[in-house]
Design a protein around this ligand. Structure first.
Ligand code: RIB
Ligand code: CA
Length: 310
């Protein structure tokens, strides 16, 4: 039986690769994709999600527009990383498929109410605004969620949008606070693991040779990685969001610790910091499986194998 998931996303080239990985994997049943404002504004993230579905030949997938701004803050975007469109790197046709009717938050609420308890996994790849809003508006759904596997936060890597915070958590710390305090089983893919999933030249060229989807992935990667290579002097960029989907498919590729993680929402200096008790010094109850490492070759091999199916 395929695992039922909802992907909540702010495409973003790395989100796009994560969506493609999910679409290529029969182990997963995508109940719907909910777009959220993040890397670029909502009108673009909701358009980009449809572009990716059509690239994979999956215009049957429902794509909903969710929240266009954080729960209690002004929107912060990341065009400096992802480009003006959010999918810079290759020209793809505008989507023909329409947006699904209804708001993304209502889709999350209605789906969790309709599906058997414990049967749906939420996969947030951007700011947690849609998830936090759904939990706040419909507390009854919290206990029905099988689990949340999200990309966000950091411990040793600390921050990428500020010295203290990772982008997804920084953009909407109030939503993240709701999610991390919800009691839903969490698996967190922080920068600590995503910065070990680097798009080296060899890995990118392997994608390019696969098929037209692989070519798009290689072109997106080449655009997306320029920022991180310049900033970190690394050989390639961290491929953040596909780690979420890869965890669902092959959890054995990853390792981490079940620890307490809390979100800074008060301090302007450290807003959005994930205060991860990696060394378990606080005595606070663990609430997240915080992933610190992965088999990078295994991860990229999985990606290549699945892209070849599209
Ligand atoms: O900090 C990395 C995260 O922020 C990724 O999800 C990327 O897509 C951006 O949303
Ligand atoms: Ca993202």
């Amino acid at each position: 039986m395929a695992r039922k998931i909802i992907i909540d996303t702010d495409p973003g080239q790395d989100d796009a690769v994560a969506i493609l990985l999910a679409l290529a994997s029969d182990e997963l049943e995508i109940l719907g994709i909910t777009a959220v404002a993040g890397n670029v504004p909502l009108d673009l993230t909701s358009k980009n999600a449809r572009i990716v579905c059509e690239l994979a030949g999956r215009s049957d997938v429902k794509v909903f527009a969710g929240c266009d701004r954080p729960m209690g803050r002004d929107l912060v975007t990341a065009e400096h990383v992802h480009g003006k469109t959010g999918l810079d790197g290759i020209e793809l046709p505008d989507p023909v498929m329409q947006m699904a009717d209804g708001h993304g938050v209502d889709f999350i609420i209605d789906t969790l109410r309709a599906q058997p308890a414990g049967s749906v996994t939420l996969c947030p790849l951007g700011p947690l605004t849609n998830i936090g809003t759904a939990f706040q508006r419909a507390p009854d759904i919290v206990g029905k969620v099988q689990g949340i596997v999200l990309m966000g936060g950091a411990y040793f890597e600390v921050g990428n949008i500020t010295p203290a915070a990772e982008f997804n958590i920084y953009v909407d710390p109030e939503a993240a606070d709701i999610v991390f305090k919800s009691g839903v089983p969490l698996v967190v893919m922080p920068l600590d693991v995503t910065h070990k999933a680097l798009t080296t030249r060899e890995r990118v060229e392997r994608f390019r040779k696969i098929n037209r989807v692989g070519e798009a992935v290689a072109s997106w990667t080449e655009f997306f990685e320029r920022f991180d290579k310049e900033k970190y002097g690394s050989e390639g960029a961290p491929l953040h969001d596909p780690t979420v989907i890869a965890y669902l498919l092959k959890p054995e590729l990853f390792s981490g610790r079940h620890i307490n993680v809390e979100i800074e929402t008060q301090s302007p200096l450290t807003r959005g910091m994930t205060v991860a008790d990696w060394w378990r010094v606080t005595g606070r109850a663990p609430n997240a499986m915080f992933i610190g490492d992965l088999d990078a070759d295994g991860f990229f091999g999985l990606l290549a194998d699945r892209i070849a199916r599209l």
